[in-house]
Design a protein around this ligand. Structure first.
Ligand code: AMP
Length: 422
């Protein structure tokens, strides 16, 4: 019989890794709290049309990467922004509160070629500020992202660009198409295809032949209309004031169509080809395009798998704190009964207690205690039970002391709690 395995690109997150995930989730939640962000959770499945209309028909995500149920017209979310905007519109959230600061964390799905740091089910931490148009908000959201990396002790760099607006982007785009048409047959196959549908993507193609051809192409950043130019300057001035370093990246385009003006990416040089750990930007026309009010927004999505990989690499993670406080090693039915109750009482007070019911030898149970990284072991063998005196072992110093079983289980529990908390 063939061995059942997870689907390619779909991965288990095993207990050995979970402390990194929990630390990342806790840190993201805490940083969001400081910035007045509130959590939102949206469904995994959305109508396909939502993503086609928001992400854009000519993007890689919509063209080739979506998991779509063709008979049902629904798609497993490939990203979170579109769903959050749909919820924002559907619930009239702007009526209750003109500025919405929202975040979410969860699984996203894209049918990509799996490799290290690139999965088909992956997780994003996503933050959105909907409503304000001021450039300071762009800098504030970037500051939130930067604070997460700082708090996690991770070294990433920030790339910044502006993609203009419906006033300055179309003439730039047309200009670019004309330029690229002149060298069309030297571009890679993907770029030849994108030339007319999504020419800006050619600018950030990673293939050397395309890179060389666009090296001296005009950049959007240098072709902004006066309003976009003023906005971009103010974003940069605010980042400078906040002490947030960035590199201007003339050719950073991002893979989703809805971005306007400020776009940014957090990148690392430690994950090979998967350099982007997060990115985002402003999407001023998106909500209106989806049938909502004419309000602006800015958001980012961070790749949580990639951040966890960095946490592992940079050993920024705190020690695994999933260990056990006390292991109850019971031998014989009476001792086991007593320890079963003791474990329950200890757990009720918040102590991490462990017990094994299979009546294994003491030697085998000490092995279990070690594997569970127990700080203490209470040994209650048949003899100890008879004499009402157990042995309490400090697993680190290996020191052993008698522990009286004369008192009630509640009293014993109290003593053990004091010991663990000391
Ligand atoms: P995007 O939604 O494409 O702007 O991506 C935002 C971030 O999500 C990227 O910078 C990556 O860190 C992460 N990401 C995107 N796609 C994947 C994937 N297939 N596997 C793992 N992480 C991903």
């Amino acid at each position: 019989m063939t061995k059942l395995q997870a689907i390619n690109g779909f991965k288990d997150i095993l207990p050995a890794q979970i402390h990194l995930w929990q630390r990342l989730e806790a840190c993201a939640t805490e940083v969001c709290r400081r910035f007045g962000m509130r959590e939102i959770r949206t469904p995994i499945l959305e109508k396909t049309e939502l993503f086609v209309r928001s992400i854009g028909e000519a993007t890689d995500v919509v063209e080739k990467e979506m998991y779509t149920f063709v008979d049902k017209g629904s798609t497993m979310r490939p990203e979170a922004t579109a769903s959050i905007m749909r919820a924002f519109i559907e619930h009239g959230m702007h009526v209750q509160q003109p500025v919405q600061r929202l975040y979410t964390m969860g699984a996203m799905f894209r049918h990509e070629r799996p490799q290290k740091g690139r999965l088909r089910q992956f997780h994003q931490f996503d933050a959105e500020i909907i409503g304000p148009v001021e450039p300071q908000v762009d800098a504030e959201l970037i500051a939130l992202g930067q604070m997460l990396f700082d708090e996690l002790g991770l070294d990433v760099s920030l790339e910044l660009n502006s993609l203009g607006c419906p006033v300055c982007r179309p003439p730039f785009r047309q200009n670019l198409i004309t330029r690229l048409e002149a060298v069309q047959d030297q571009l890679c196959a993907d770029c030849q295809r994108r030339l007319h549908t999504n020419p800006l993507r050619v600018l950030d193609c990673k293939k050397p032949e395309c890179r060389a051809l666009v090296a001296d192409a005009p950049a959007m950043m240098e072709s902004l209309c006066p309003d976009c130019d003023t906005h971009f300057k103010a974003v940069r001035a605010t980042l400078d004031m906040l002490g947030i370093c960035y590199n201007l990246n003339r050719f950073m385009v991002r893979g989703l169509d809805y971005y306007t003006r400020t776009t940014f990416e957090f990148i690392t040089n430690q994950l090979g080809a998967q350099a982007a750990v997060g990115g985002g930007g402003r999407y001023d026309g998106l909500i209106e395009d989806l049938g909502g009010p004419a309000v602006s927004g800015i958001g980012f999505a961070m790749g949580m798998e990639r951040i966890v990989l960095l946490m592992e690499l940079q050993q920024a993670a705190a020690a695994d704190t999933d260990g056990t406080d006390i292991y109850l090693a019971a031998l014989g039915p009476e001792a086991l009964g007593h320890c079963t109750l003791l474990a329950q009482l200890l757990r009720k007070t918040g102590v991490r207690a462990a017990i094994d019911y299979s009546d294994r030898s003491l030697k085998a149970q000490m092995k279990i205690a070690n594997r569970l990284q127990a700080r203490y072991t209470l040994i209650v063998g048949a003899q100890e039970w008879e004499q009402k005196e157990a042995i309490l072992r400090n697993m680190q110093s290996q020191e052993q002391k008698p522990f009286s079983l004369q008192e009630s289980a509640e009293m014993q529990c109290e003593q053990l709690v004091d010991l663990v908390r000391a």
